[in-house]
Design a protein around this ligand. Structure first.
Ligand code: SAH
Length: 263
């Protein structure tokens, strides 16, 4: 019986942000293949001393599949450790298909994505009542083209929270798309580099107009999340529309209103 291959989300960098399930699997792993470019080496901290650990940064997809299949023949638990959540820009299905074809069992353990970690680092919220209730996780076209209808300009027209991955070197394209979608020149933009990495995280705040210069000044050219959102800065707004969930005049499934409810 071959072992099982687990695609584990390592979270954004801080090893404490790995899930308990992910950590248990690493502790049980006979072999770990990790995505070296972004996963903090510390995430391999939890694997046992005799565990075979390999960085995948110099491997092709075919080599990774072969490596995993070979290890599954020898170990009950094999982990493919990926940054953030494995289902976001993780070439996940390309990796699972050869395993299925080889008759090897696999499963996915979700992870804390860098969009969530970046907003948390900055003390910001992804949604806010009556401001935006929608989050779009996207990127701009680099070598991978965007499918029709998913150009940033079209998505930005919704004026929701936009978490833009893989695009820090294309910040000018982000600026152009937001402008073309009608965002104000002084709309706030947040950039977080290495969110949650102990001692290495950088948080830069700016506007559509100056965010590129601010990132240059902070020497941010990789491993960064760009967030454009009408919620940014809400912690300091003078007026805030409250969430109904915690409103004392609002009854829901778990709590009765303490004052007169809706008329
Ligand atoms: N699966 C990952 C994303 C992989 S794509 C996730 O869920 O987070 C790589 C991109 O993710 C980077 O270009 C950057 O935009 C973002 N990223 C990954 N880790 C990050 C971190 N710690 N801080 C900020 N952005 C990060």
């Amino acid at each position: 019986m071959p072992g099982k291959i687990w695609f584990v989300g390592a979270g954004p960098g801080d090893p404490d942000l790995l899930t308990v399930k992910g950590r248990k699997l690493l502790e049980a792993a006979g072999a770990v293949l990790f995505a070296g470019s972004l996963v903090d080496q510390a995430a391999t901290l939890f694997s046992p001393p005799d565990c075979e650990i390999r960085d995948s940064k110099d491997m092709t997809l075919e080599e990774m599949s072969a490596w995993l299949i070979e290890r599954a023949a020898r170990h009950e638990t094999v982990v493919r450790l990926q940054t953030g959540d494995p289902g976001l820009y993780g070439a996940l299905i390309e990796m699972t298909r050869p395993l299925t074809a080889a008759g090897i069992e696999w499963a996915i353990v979700p992870g804390v994505s860098s969009a969530m970690a970046s907003m948390a680092a900055a003390g910001e919220t992804l949604t806010l009542p009556e401001v935006t209730q929608t989050v779009i996780l996207t990127r701009v076209a680099g070598r991978t083209p965007m499918p029709p209808g998913e150009e940033l300009e079209a998505l930005a027209a919704h004026k929701t929270t936009l978490c833009i991955y893989l695009s820090i070197t294309l910040l000018h394209k982000v600026q152009d798309a937001l402008r073309a979608a009608g965002w104000a020149e002084d709309a706030p933009i947040l950039v977080v580099q290495k969110a949650s990495w102990p001692g290495e995280e950088k948080i830069v705040r700016g506007t559509i107009k100056d965010i590129k210069r601010r990132c240059q000044d902070a020497k941010i050219a990789s491993q960064a999340m760009i967030v454009a959102s009408p919620t940014l800065g809400a912690a300091d707004w003078p007026e805030l529309i409250r969430s109904k969930l915690y409103d004392p005049t609002f009854t829901h499934r778990f709590r009765k209103a303490t004052e007169n409810d809706h008329e």
